[in-house]
Ligand binder design. Structure first.
Ligand code: SF4
Length: 613
């Protein structure tokens, strides 16, 4: 006899991933709800529950009386096997209702390696994978998040992609749906109307043609939809919705603390960084807003730790004032403030000491490249002197460990740049031992973490080839051999995962067949190394007659039509190309507060672009 859902909980690891019922989770009376939204995070509960975007959109939708948003996470393999064995479809945590009964099933696309998990979740829900196989009785399957800026590999599976920031457009879409439902819902009619909303991309209304060699020839809108779809931006962060409470998990999650978002976007223009371009322009919250929201979250959620969230916290223009304000009550309440993503050049001694009042967090810096020449190429406006000076200050403030993030495989990189990674790590070790006030009996650890560069859409490096696997492996060997001290510890990301990430990041619609075959072969949770089978992926590409090097390792011409050219993130292709050329000339570009480089994001009429005038 089949087991019930409750009976499964005794048989799986960490049942609290699936039970729901956490503090601040929202349960509504179904009879009073008009639109139901299943917010799906295509990874395990512990990862998804740490995601700020999900917390914001969950609270935002549930603040509307007749909308109900529930959470759905990918079950781990033990739970999934039992669900399939006992005929239990994918369900939402709050109501435990099957996801296929909802109006919207919405996925967040945080990283490319979760694409097979999405297909697996749809299948577990009993929802046909391809949009054209789903009738009127099926939910609308939609997605948003950073990877939606090139949604093409997933185009066959989704009805709608939401581009840019979701607060306003999600509510507009759900309101439109409510109207259509009240008037007699017709999927095609609804999709046509939805495609007229700014930030809503309906892939079925765009036809893609290809050259014989596989490059995209043209992307043609059909049926009167806009030729390009512009992302949405929240102009005023002080009046934007922010949750007053977070759902508090019963089990440990990756980031188990309150989070205060302090600004969106980034003033820098690191040429490898997709987030730095797709979230432009920078828009800050005021000190008062951050203070109020932080206090409120700590009170309603009972957290004794909160972090300040942004792409580059030390670029917040009133950081000292903010920290003084936050520390004035956090210290009293024994609440720890964690400040990640600090740039070394924005890290003053006073600030270091002030944060040290509560707890000594490990210091993390991201020089990204081992030599000044390469840092200039990638526009990481940071000198070796600044890095070493910050390390000296940190050591004199009592820190004994430093974590450094680098990339290998960057455009124009040479052996000298690779060896430079170790040289910089060693210089930081020397700084520690030259510090006259170093703590007695303590040594220093400099952890160097090296990832492989993945060229991404909407960056100046979107034209660049990724290094081949053989090149990356050779560079890893060179770096390993350059390290001669135990004070510098090395770790790196798997080059094979980065290769597949590069294929999917700049992929086109033809990759839909690859993803579908990967799902049919049982691929799932590929972001977890124990589930990732590189050779099997390569076998699928062969089967489908597609060469993954075409996507990952090919240099593009300036005028190539990209699969994402009909998506408009504000920053223009002409600006990105000019930045690409400057990279090859080794010329840096000033950040937005030094000088406007006219990237195109001023079209959103907000944030730093307006402040400058
Ligand atoms: S338009 Fe100028 S100020 Fe605005 S984001 Fe672009 S470079 Fe920065």
């Amino acid at each position: 006899m089949a087991l019930t859902l409750d009976e499964l909980f005794d048989r799986v690891q960490k049942p609290a991933r699936y039970t729901g019922g956490e503090l601040n989770s929202v349960v509504k009376d179904k009879s009073k709800v008009n639109v139901r939204f299943a917010f799906c995070f295509p990874d395990l509960y512990e990862v998804g529950m740490s995601h700020l975007g999900m917390k914001i959109l969950y609270g935002l939708k549930n603040a509307v009386e007749d909308f109900w948003c529930e959470r759905v996470f990918a079950p781990d393999t033990d739970m999934e096997a039992l669900m399939r064995e006992n005929g239990i479809p994918l369900f939402a945590l709050e109501s435990r209702d099957p996801v296929r009964e909802f109006d919207f099933v919405g996925f967040t696309l945080q990283y490319e390696m979760c694409y097979t998990t999405i297909l697996n979740m749809l299948d577990l829900a009993g929802i046909p994978l391809r949009a054209d196989q789903r009738g009127e009785d099926m939910p609308l399957v939609i997605a948003g998040g950073p990877c939606a800026c090139n949604p093409e590999p997933l185009a066959d599976f989704f009805d709608i992609f939401i581009l840019g920031e979701g607060e306003e457009v999600n509510l507009e879409l759900m309101t439109l749906y409510r109207e259509h439902k009240q008037q007699g819902y017709d999927k095609q009619r609804f999709l046509k109307a939805a495609a007229q909303l700014e930030g809503v991309y309906v892939p079925a209304f765009y036809e893609v043609s290809y050259h014989e060699d596989g490059r995209v020839q043209a992307i043609t809108p059909i049926g009167g939809v806009p030729a390009t779809v512009r992302k949405r931006v929240i102009r005023d962060m002080d009046t934007a919705y922010y949750p007053e409470a977070f759902v508090v998990p019963f089990i440990d999650i990756v980031h188990d603390r309150a989070m205060s978002e302090i600004f969106r976007g980034c003033i820098r223009g690191c040429r490898f960084c997709q987030a730095g371009f797709i979230y432009r322009p920078v828009r800050e919250k005021s000190v008062e807003t951050i203070d109020r929201q932080s206090r409120c979250l700590c009170e309603t959620s009972g957290y004794e730790e909160f972090s300040l969230s942004s792409l580059s916290t030390s670029d917040y223009t009133h950081l000292e004032e903010l920290l003084t304000q936050l520390l004035s009550w956090a210290e009293e309440q024994h609440t720890n403030i964690s400040v990640p993503s600090l740039r070394v050049d924005g890290f003053s001694e006073e600030l270091a000491n002030r944060l040290n009042v509560l707890r000594r967090n490990g210091l993390t810096f991201a020089p990204e490249a081992g030599t000044q020449r390469l840092r200039d190429t990638i526009n990481k406006n940071l000198t070796e002197d600044e890095i070493l000076e910050t390390a000296r200050r940190a050591f004199s403030g009592g820190w004994t460990s430093v974590k450094l993030y680098f990339m290998m495989g960057l455009p124009t990189e040479t052996a000298e740049d690779i060896v430079g990674i170790n040289t910089l790590g060693q210089k930081i070790v020397n700084c520690f031992y030259q510090n006259p006030n170093k703590p007695k009996g303590k040594g220093v650890t400099v952890s160097v973490s090296v990832s492989c560069f993945v060229p991404k859409p909407f960056t100046p490096f979107q034209w660049e080839p990724q290094d081949t696997l053989a090149q990356l492996e050779e560079k890893q060997r060179l770096l390993r051999e350059s390290v001669t001290t135990k004070k510098v510890s090395l770790s790196w990301h798997d080059a094979k995962t980065s290769y597949l990430e590069a294929v999917l990041a700049r992929g086109d619609r033809r990759l839909g067949a690859v993803l579908e075959e990967a799902f049919r072969r049982g691929f799932n949770l590929d972001a977890w190394s124990e589930h990732f089978d590189f050779d099997a992926w390569m076998d699928i590409f062969r089967n489908q007659g597609l060469n993954p090097d075409f996507y990952a390792c090919r240099r593009r011409e300036e005028d190539e039509v990209f699969p994402w050219d009909h998506i408009d993130v504000g920053v223009t292709k002409a600006f990105l190309w000019a930045e690409n050329q400057r990279a090859h000339e080794g010329v840096t570009t000033p950040h937005c507060r030094q000088e406007c480089s006219h990237c195109g994001a001023a079209c959103f009429k907000g944030g730093v672009c307006v402040e400058r005038r």
